[in-house]
Design a protein around this ligand. Structure first.
Ligand code: ZN
Length: 439
């Protein structure tokens, strides 16, 4: 791991002051940000370090995808235009039951990382089965994240019983303790697929291992009704009653919280991964993001898995999030370009409880940095780079990605991924899935 300077950039730090430095530079020492400032200042501080000229491009923190299921890129386009419960129970769960194994998970993870790194995502909050395989592939390719072992009250291709999944999750989290990129987590699927007693056990395990707890919560109106019917409480209150609300909890969706529940989320420091495109595609509703942010809830953005999006593009997610809030609040002023970029970076880091490590360019944080060019036709001219980054930037405008100070993507090329080989593996898995589902 080397020391170097990225200079001649428009540095967008995304810190709480929203500081920007024109003709700026960032110095990286052993995977950590060592200095931020004008090119002249930074070069003076470290005169002997190699310099890479960014030709005036934007240098900003990498994007944080607060909710996804990486291996599901292999189910992209498998079942579109269905109701959520029809989609889950009649397509996704059966497809998973019939096809999942370690090779599938490894190939799907690599495919997702290939797409994500080309688009500037540097941290993921993932939840899936065989999460140890997901984590291993991410460590190999160089992606940072919170990796939640999915747990559910019925047998899966990975674990036959709840007890096995609990033990497997414990082992998985312990195995990755201390890794620079990988944080193992406990991932009860949702309150409608995991019993109250099992949710308590998940929370206890997370506490015992000092690990994050990741769950789908308040995704649809029917979930709210179902939990109310079964347990006499709405979903957030249900988790609160079980003692599961805490600073280690990262929830996905949160489309239908009650006002009192929003206050609870803020009070307990619970993170929310807002997934506007998945929620729109499955017609779940529009999450009250502005309301949650005003109440002090940490809200980040997530793509959800590829089966319900159908891609992992965080720039599209920003645009959708922004436009849906404007529409649903009937006001173009409720969410600015700056608010939206914040959700994709520092806000997302707070939602994932990783803001001590990533989310902004500040001395001492890990060097997860992306370079974005603003000279494509759809970006020209540039009056306000913040506006451009929120409303017109595409994944293809990201030219370099650094994670932990390592160059993991450059001009579309991901050095850790052998493209021809990956394409063959993806084609083989897709063929296998199709053959099984045809039976
Ligand atoms: Zn999900």
């Amino acid at each position: 791991m080397s020391n170097f300077i990225l200079d001649n950039a428009l540095v967008l730090t995304m810190d709480d002051q929203f500081s920007m430095v024109a003709d700026g530079a960032v110095a990286v020492r052993a995977g950590q940000i060592a200095a931020v400032g004008s090119s002249a200042q930074v070069v003076e501080q470290f005169p002997l370090w190699p310099r890479y000229d960014l030709q005036g491009r934007v240098l900003m923190p990498g994007l944080i995808n607060c909710h996804t299921h990486l291996p599901m890129s292999l189910f992209r386009g498998l079942a579109d235009d269905k109701e959520l419960m029809d989609w889950l129970n009649n397509y996704i769960f059966p497809a998973e039951a019939a096809t999942l194994n370690e090779d599938f998970v490894r190939t799907g993870t690599a495919l997702s990382l290939w797409e994500m790194l080309r688009g500037g995502t540097t941290t993921v909050v993932d939840m899936y089965m065989f999460e140890k395989v997901v984590a291993k592939e991410c460590a190999r390719i160089g992606m940072r994240g919170v990796f939640a072992q999915a747990m559910i009250d019925f047998p899966t291709p990975e674990y036959r019983t709840w007890e096995e999944s609990l033990e497997g999750t414990r082992q998985f989290i312990q195995d990755w303790k201390g890794h620079p990129l990988i944080i193992g987590a406990v991932g009860p699927h949702a309150p409608y697929t995991v019993s109250p007693e099992h949710l308590r056990e998940c929370h206890r395990l997370a506490e015992e291992l000092d690990a994050p707890l990741v769950i789908h919560l308040c995704e649809t109106r029917s979930e709210v009704e179902l939990i109310q019917e079964r347990h006499g409480r709405t979903p957030v209150d249900h988790l609160d009653h079980l003692g599961c609300l805490s600073k280690r909890l990262v929830t996905a969706h949160m489309v239908w919280p009650q006002d009192g529940e929003i206050a609870k989320l803020a009070r307990h420091g619970v993170g929310v991964g807002h997934c506007p495109q998945s929620n729109a595609k499955l017609a779940c509703g529009i999450a009250p993001v502005v309301k949650m942010l005003q109440a002090g809830v940490h809200v980040g953005l997530g793509t959800d898995g590829c089966a319900s999006n159908n891609d992992l593009d965080m720039w599209q997610e920003m645009q959708t999030a922004n436009l849906l809030q404007k529409l649903s609040c009937n006001s173009p002023t409720v969410m600015t370009a700056r608010d939206t970029l914040h959700m994709a970076t520092l806000g997302g880091a707070r939602a994932a409880h990783l803001d001590h490590l990533v989310g902004s360019i500040e001395v001492g944080k890990r060097a997860d940095l992306i370079v974005v060019r603003l000279d494509a036709p759809h970006q020209t001219p540039v009056f306000d780079p913040i506006s451009q980054l929120c409303y017109t930037t595409k994944s293809s405008d990201v030219t370099q990605v650094y994670i932990e100070g390592e160059l993991v993507m450059s001009d579309g090329n991901v050095p850790a991924i052998e493209e021809a080989e990956l394409r063959l593996a993806v084609a083989a898995e897709a063929e296998r899935v199709q053959a099984i589902l045809r039976r």
